[in-house]
Ligand binder design. Structure first.
Ligand code: SF4
Length: 706
């Protein structure tokens, strides 16, 4: 990292990469950021950081940043640089014309999980109050929307149950569909510290992630399941817990809906759900699965260990390997069922904890970015909730839920959806079935991209509004433990405006008359309209460092652990989750199953990390393939391969490794050249449409390269 000189001042702010939410001292010399130093008082990181937060900030100064608005009449025209006034007038004119001709429901928007709570809140307000529709969605659609559905259904609120410190009191840690050492490294360090102290680890993942075996840490059980069979594995674990008498009866009777529990218990106890019966489906040896279930439920080897309760704490941590499936929501509910059945809710060391991907994915969901919910997860069809917002905003709101991202694209292809405002999201690269995304975007009359760089989606845009980085704005992010933290402006925006100001300018070009002068005023509005944020203000966050929602009259200092005496919904609700095989099938033509993930130094589609000092750790996207499958195809590490599915094909290099099982291949998606999502399918979660990124039937053949 180039050192520019001794820092003259420092500003404490929050990392804009993952959901851990590390805080840093951004050290400045003049207007130049010199270095990012992990903040010792940061409640989420306590002075630690990973290479992304520490070194991957140079994109803020990168020559590829677009700082002047651009417009064009057709996507085949060249871009024309214009003033902000001209860009906003052009955009507002197009939006009004489309609304006049096709109605408000022809317009929509996508909020960004990279932007602040205040910016996200304004985008959904613009769509609902300005465009006049509920067609607003968030990139959480493609990652943790099943968490929202599953945890709200079972517990009553769609958020993780614990703070990060809680892991230090866990006796058993179950990690399913997550790779914390790469994707949430600072939290992974804390988890590993607890494992080195003696906590037992169960990993459920098709791939042998580093946590399974690393210095001083070894999983007691690694259940290397067949991709797409999470629900079957969890049902088999539940079968063991119920049939071997490992249920925490007192917890279930006091805290849960007993009728629903009994229905669930009868269902999982059926012989067809035993580990032995499901072994041909899951490919997990039944004996391993039985041992893992006993360990999770008792901390030991079975019934004789039950008497140790309540000393045994078992905590579940999960990631996108749970949610990005056609049964993503069912898997989240199956996890919640296990935690309730064993009494592992409502105290430190236990719980159900989604490891959120993006820095503010929790916040973007909290802020009303879903087409059916206003901020605080209140349904748009609820007249009393709508009336609250209508009185505050001075508009009438559409009572019907709007369209999700994939439905907006479908409607565009059908001709009924005509314009979209996309803030901080590259859906052409990050969403599945790239050809479908491109067809939807190409069919629209007005695509507005508000971003830092001319991303892949901008190829289909008519308006490009320059975005601002986290270093150039004030606001808040909410991390995976519901911790709200301040983002403080470190330098002036390269384009002259923070993202919230651009959204406000667009709203005012549409005649809305917004007058926010600082994001703290937007937070005051959020607190006024959102019960779980009632006690949150920038002044409090500045004084106290952070707050974990809900922050309300019952929890004036916030809530590190949720569902302590009762669930948010009252009684916990068990839900029967029947395993349904995915429609994506292997066969003679596509015999392997592809699953995807991330590496430590890069982030998602790499738009930011690839433009930073982290490029020194440049690692291509490669295809991991088991030695037996590689030998069958005459492949060795470094060879080019063609990866093809029913949807498309791409070319990348092979890495022969037994990290993956025979029949399974794995890749990352950090580079636009490889475009892994060209091959992913249109299948999605039955409840939320979260795409099934983690299961694609593919063929792998030798190639001469791209
Ligand atoms: Fe912390 Fe995540 Fe940022 Fe790394 S990427 S510094 S773990 S918030």
């Amino acid at each position: 990292v180039k050192q520019i000189g001794k820092p003259e001042r420092a500003v404490v702010t929050t990392c804009a990469y993952c959901g851990v939410g590390c805080t840093f001292r951004a050290e400045m010399r003049g207007e130049q950021l010199v270095r990012m130093v992990p903040w010792k008082d940061g409640k989420a990181n306590r002075g630690h950081s990973c290479v992304k937060g520490r070194f991957a900030w140079g994109y803020a100064h990168h020559q590829d940043r677009i700082t002047t608005p651009m417009i064009r009449d057709a996507i085949t025209d060249p871009w024309r640089e214009v003033s902000w006034d001209e860009a906003l007038a052009f955009t507002a004119g197009k939006l009004k014309a489309i609304r006049d001709r096709y109605g408000a429901r022809a317009l929509g928007g996508i909020t960004s999980s990279r932007c602040t709570n205040e910016e996200t809140f304004l985008v959904q307000k613009l769509v609902r109050a300005g465009f006049g529709s509920n067609n607003v969605d968030t990139c959480a659609r493609v990652c943790h929307s099943p968490t929202g559905y599953g945890l709200k259904t079972t517990f009553g609120t769609p958020a993780g149950t614990q703070d990060f410190d809680s892991v230090m009191q866990a006796d058993v840690i179950l990690v399913i569909g997550a790779n914390p050492t790469d994707a949430h490294p600072v939290f992974a360090s804390r988890m590993k510290r607890r494992l080195r102290q003696g906590a037992k680890l169960i990993v459920i993942d098709p791939r042998r992630i580093d946590l399974v075996r690393s210095p001083h840490v070894e999983a007691a059980h690694h259940l290397a399941l067949q991709p797409g069979t999470n629900v079957a594995v969890l049902t088999a674990m539940a079968h063991v817990i119920v049939t071997e008498g490992l249920v925490d009866e007192a917890f279930v009777r006091e805290r849960c809906e007993v009728d629903a529990f009994e229905e669930w218990a009868r269902f999982v106890a059926e012989e067809r759900h035993s580990p032995e019966a499901l072994e041909p489906v899951t490919r997990v040896p039944a004996a391993d699965l039985r041992a893992a279930a006993r360990l999770y439920a008792t901390g030991g080897e079975g019934r004789s260990d039950v008497s140790r309760r309540p000393k045994v704490n078992a905590a579940i941590y999960y990631g996108l390997g749970v949610t990005e499936h056609s049964q993503g929501s069912s898997t989240v509910m199956a996890i919640a069922n296990l935690a309730m059945a064993t009494g592992n809710i409502g105290r430190p060391g236990v719980g159900v904890n989604p490891l959120r991907g993006q820095n503010n994915v929790q916040g973007s969901c909290d802020m009303g970015s879903f087409p059916h919910e206003l901020s605080g997860y209140r349904h748009i069809s609820d007249a009393a909730t709508r009336a609250l917002f209508e009185a505050d905003w001075g508009v009438s709101l559409d009572p019907e839920p709007g369209l999700r991202i994939p439905n907006m694209l479908d409607a565009a292809i059908d001709g009924s959806f005509r314009a979209i405002y996309i803030q901080g999201e590259d859906i052409l690269q990050s969403d599945p079935d790239t050809r479908h995304v491109a067809a939807g975007l190409a069919a629209m009359d007005c695509v507005i991209v508000h971003d830092l760089f001319l991303n892949e989606t901008a190829n289909y845009a008519h308006v490009f509004l320059p975005g601002s980085t986290f270093l150039e704005k004030d606001g808040t992010f909410t991390n995976a433990e519901r911790r709200i933290q301040l983002v403080r402006k470190v330098m002036e925006p390269a384009n002259g405006f923070a993202d919230w100001q651009v959204t406000q300018a667009l709203a005012n070009a549409l005649g809305l008359g917004w007058t926010y002068t600082h994001p703290s005023e937007i937070m005051d509005e959020i607190a006024r309209l959102t019960p779980s944020f009632a006690g949150v203000s920038h002044a409090r966050l500045d004084a106290e460092g952070s707050l974990q929602w809900p922050v309300d009259a019952a929890h004036p200092d916030g809530s590190p652990v949720m569902h302590v005496d009762h669930f948010v919904r009252g009684k916990g609700r068990f839900v029967v989750t029947d395993y349904v095989p995915t429609d994506e099938k292997t066969g003679p033509r596509f015999p392997l199953l592809l699953t995807t993930g991330r590496i430590l130094s890069q982030y998602n589609v790499g738009a930011q990390t690839r433009r930073t000092a982290n490029s020194v750790w440049h690692v291509e996207d490669v295809l991991e393939i088991h030695p037996a499958d590689a030998e069958n195809r005459g492949l060795k590490t470094g060879d080019w391969v063609r990866l093809a599915s029913r949807k498309g094909e791409t070319t990348l290099r092979a890495e022969v490794t037994d990290r993956v099982a025979p029949g399974v291949v794995y890749t990352t998606f950090h580079h636009p050249e490889t475009q892994a999502n060209v091959v992913t399918t249109e299948f999605s979660d039955w409840a939320t449409n979260c795409p099934e990124y983690k299961v694609t039937a593919v063929q792998v053949t030798p190639s001469n390269g791209p």
